[in-house]
Structure formats: structure tokens, C-alpha cells
Design a protein around this ligand. Structure first.
Ligand code: GLV
Ligand code: MN
Ligand code: MN
Length: 405
């Protein structure tokens, strides 16, 4: 039904762009690697007979006209990566969607609805600490203010867009209207499917990431000459808060809290740390629980900072609401999974995805592919060709059914 050799060879070829020594990928938004990756995917889209363009923020969009003037079926995923990320996260969804359209073309099946496959710009948020830039633009919610966010070198999103050769002033033109639904294939990034011995799964909903940035400011002093009871050590304060965050999130079965990025100033062996800045990623499938975890962590941080006479500042980087997947489309996905002789496993997504930005705009659905040992955001990330083929067939069938509705 689909050509798995073509799909896996595309996946392999794309993974060579931005490849790290450990076999992972570094592909950050608006960089040369990411441009090369987009250009390669553009070639695949054109071979599948899609009409290809870049929008105002650099989303790569391959469009196929429908037989009728009906709402658009959107497919896709993101092309960027986390530092030393895996080759399936994002790429798999884009390439699977292109493969489905390529196979439909070969079978001379013309869809009633128009279809767009999108390689979204910067889902991960690695470069600017602000993710889902491309999908926000497609949803029409990306603002000029958002574009003022800067990367570690002080380059703003707006500047990066300009340097990439795009016309930021057309920002609103990136919004896509008249959409029927969005469907994305993605590696699971967890162990649920593996534990159920299932190749593919139907996603019920996506947990919402809340990203905070904590800054603790104490006093940098001499490590040898300052007595222990007279210090304002920002790193000790940070350590207490980070350890408590782990305890607080562990009180809830589905909540998670992670500190993945931390910087210490001045970062000298014999200097008491005067400033520590770190990020905190807090998630739950339920908004209220996530907010409760956030409240408990920030209250503990305030208490700790006050007791140690150090200054605390907490900034919000992004707050994305959890999103349920559409039940009607879930039924279609589940039916397609059954049709290929697989048992149906429904699961929620702990990871964030571009579809979250379409909440309250149009229905979304996701098809997950089994992830070896549940490892992701890591060069060891792996899904087998057999599982990928099943996911592509499920997407193929799902698109045909949605198209007929
Ligand atoms: C993206 O993978 C995220 O969940 O942060
Ligand atoms: Mn990811
Ligand atoms: Mn992803």
C-alpha cells in the first residue's frame, strides 16, 4: 500500500543532515542545517507532485489540490531537533505523510479534499526557549511580541526570520483557514506500546508543557574566605528547589517536572555561585494538576530564597494547554489499526506536539509508532521499519476515510 523502502531511505537521508558524532541530529531553527533539511524534504514533496512553498515564518508546505473545493486535510510534523536528538522525532511524521501522498499518486487515487503536508518550523523550542513557532503561525496566534524572543546569542526570532530570507511582515499570511482536521504520525517516545506489544497506537490527548525560567541571585564571593554561615550561594538554593520539584511532581501519578538547562555564574572553582538560571518544564494531561505542581514549586522557591537572603525571579517561557484528540478521528484511526490486524492501544502523549496549537480551531489526531525502550530525545531513538510501515498504512487508510466524509 505504501513504499516502505522509499520511506526508510528518505528517513535515513534526512538524518544525515545535522548528524552528530553520536549518531543523533542537531537541527535548530533558521540554521543552515535546517535549511538543507527543508530543501531535501521539498524535493521529496515535489516528487510526490505537491506544490511547494515556504510561508512567512519558514514552514515548508506541500499542497495537493482536491477534486472539490472542500476544507483542507492537514498532515505533517516538525523538522527541527533537540540537542543531539533522535532521527525519528518530527521527521517521521513529515516523511510518512509525504509517502502516503506519493503512494496515492502512484495508485492514481485523487482525493476529494485538498491536502497540505507541513514541515513545521521549530516545534522543539531549543533555540529560543519557545516552541511550536510554525504551528502557532499556522493557527494565527504567533504575535509580533513573540518574535522578540532571543536565542543564547541575543538573536531574535524576527532577526532570524529576516536572515533566513523571509518576509516577517507577512506574518498573518501564514494562518491557514478552512481546515478539516490535522493528523500527525509520531514516534511514541515512551514505553506504552512496547509494553502492550503493539506496533502503533491511537493518541487520546496531549499533555501541556509549561516552561518556566528561574533566576536566583545571591552573592559571588571568595570560596576560601567566606564562612559557611555568611554565604548567599545561589547554586545551593537552586539545588534545594530542584530537588523539591522532583518530590512535588512525584506526588502526582501523571505529573512530571524537569530541569534540563542550567547556568552558573561566574562558574569558577573558587568562587561562590552568585547567579543561577535554570529552566523548569512542568507537564500534566490535566491543567489543574499542572498548575498545582507549579504553585507548590514556586512557593517552595520563594520560601527558600527568602530564608537564604537571595533574590528569586520566575519568568514564564511558554504555557501550552493540554489538548484532547478528536474522538471521531480517533475512531477512524482505531478502525484503520484493526483493519491491518493489529490490536488497538489508546494512549496519551506526555510529549508536546504541533497539533496542540490548533486547539479550539479544528480537530486533531495523532498516530504513535512504537519506540524502542521508550527512548527519545536521544540518538538511540528507534522505531523499526515494520512498525513505521504499519503506521504509514494506518495513516493512508485514515486519510482515505476522512476524505470520504
Ligand atoms: C517536544 O518534544 C516536547 O515535548 O517538548
Ligand atoms: Mn521532541
Ligand atoms: Mn516531536
Amino acid at each position: 500500500m505504501i513504499n516502505i523502502h522509499r520511506l526508510t531511505s528518505h528517513l535515513q537521508e534526512l538524518s544525515e543532515i545535522g548528524r552528530t558524532n553520536e549518531g543523533g541530529v542537531n537541527r535548530y531553527s533558521y540554521t543552515n542545517e535546517e535549511r538543507l533539511a527543508n530543501e531535501l524534504v521539498k524535493k521529496y514533496m515535489e516528487t510526490a507532485d505537491l506544490t511547494v512553498e515556504y510561508d512567512a515564518v519558514g514552514n515548508l508546505i506541500g499542497s495537493l489540490k482536491g477534486k472539490e473545493n472542500l476544507p483542507i486535510i492537514l498532515l505533517g510534523s516538525h523538522i527541527d531537533s533537540v540537542p543531539n536528538g533522535g532521527k525519528y522525532d518530527g521527521s517521521l511524521g513529515i516523511l510518512t505523510a509525504i509517502e502516503v501522498l506519493h503512494s496515492l499518486k502512484e495508485k492514481e487515487i485523487r482525493l476529494n479534499h485538498p491536502v497540505k503536508v507541513i514541515a513545521f518550523k521549530d516545534e522543539e523550542g531549543t533555540r529560543f526557549g519557545f516552541g511550536m513557532i510554525g504551528s502557532r503561525a499556522v493557527a494565527g496566534t504567533l504575535t509580533d511580541e513573540d518574535l522578540n524572543r532571543v536565542d543564547q546569542q541575543g538573536v531574535s526570532i524576527e532577526q532570524a526570520i529576516k536572515e533566513y530570507g523571509l518576509e516577517k511582515y507577512r506574518l498573518q499570511s501564514a494562518k491557514i483557514e478552512n481546515v478539516k482536521c490535522y493528523v500527525e504520525v509520531h514516534i511514541e517516545q515512551g514505553k506504552v506500546l512496547e509494553n502492550h506489544d503493539a506496533a502503533v497506537g491511537c493518541v487520546t490527548g496531549i499533555a501541556g508543557p509549561l516552561w518556566l525560567q528561574f533566576t536566583l541571585t545571591g552573592l559571588s564571593e571568595h570560596a576560601g574566605a567566606t564562612p559557611m554561615d555568611q554565604r548567599q550561594d545561589a547554586l545551593v538554593g537552586a539545588s534545594l528547589i530542584i530537588a523539591e520539584a522532583e518530590k512535588i511532581a512525584s506526588e502526582y501519578p501523571t505529573a512530571v517536572a524537569t530541569v534540563g538547562k542550567l547556568s552558573v555564574k561566574p562558574n569558577g572553582v573558587n568562587v561562590i555561585p552568585g547567579e543561577v538560571i535554570w529552566t523548569m518544564d512542568i507537564r500534566d494531561i490535566d491543567d489543574d494538576i499542572r498548575d498545582e505542581v507549579e504553585r507548590k514549586i514556586t512557593q517552595f522557591a520563594e520560601k527558600t530564597a527568602a530564608a537564604r537572603h537571595i533574590h528569586l525571579k520566575v519568568n514564564e517561557l511558554q504555557r501550552v494547554a493540554p489538548v484532547p484528540c478528536d474522538e471521531g478521528i480517533q475512531d477512524v484511526v482505531k478502525g484503520s489499526i484493526r483493519e491491518i490486524g493489529e490490536s488497538v492501544v489508546s494512549l496519551s502523549s506526555g510529549a508536546g506536539h504541533d497539533g496542540m496549537q490548533f486547539k479550539d480551531r479544528f480537530p486533531i489526531a495523532m498516530i504513535f509508532v512504537r519506540s524502542k525502550d521508550g527512548i527519545s530525545h536521544n540518538p538511540k531513538e528507534f522505531s523499526s521499519a515494520q512498525d513505521i510501515e504499519k503506521a504509514a498504512i494506518v495513516l493512508f487508510k485514515t486519510v482515505l476515510i476522512l476524505d470520504a466524509k
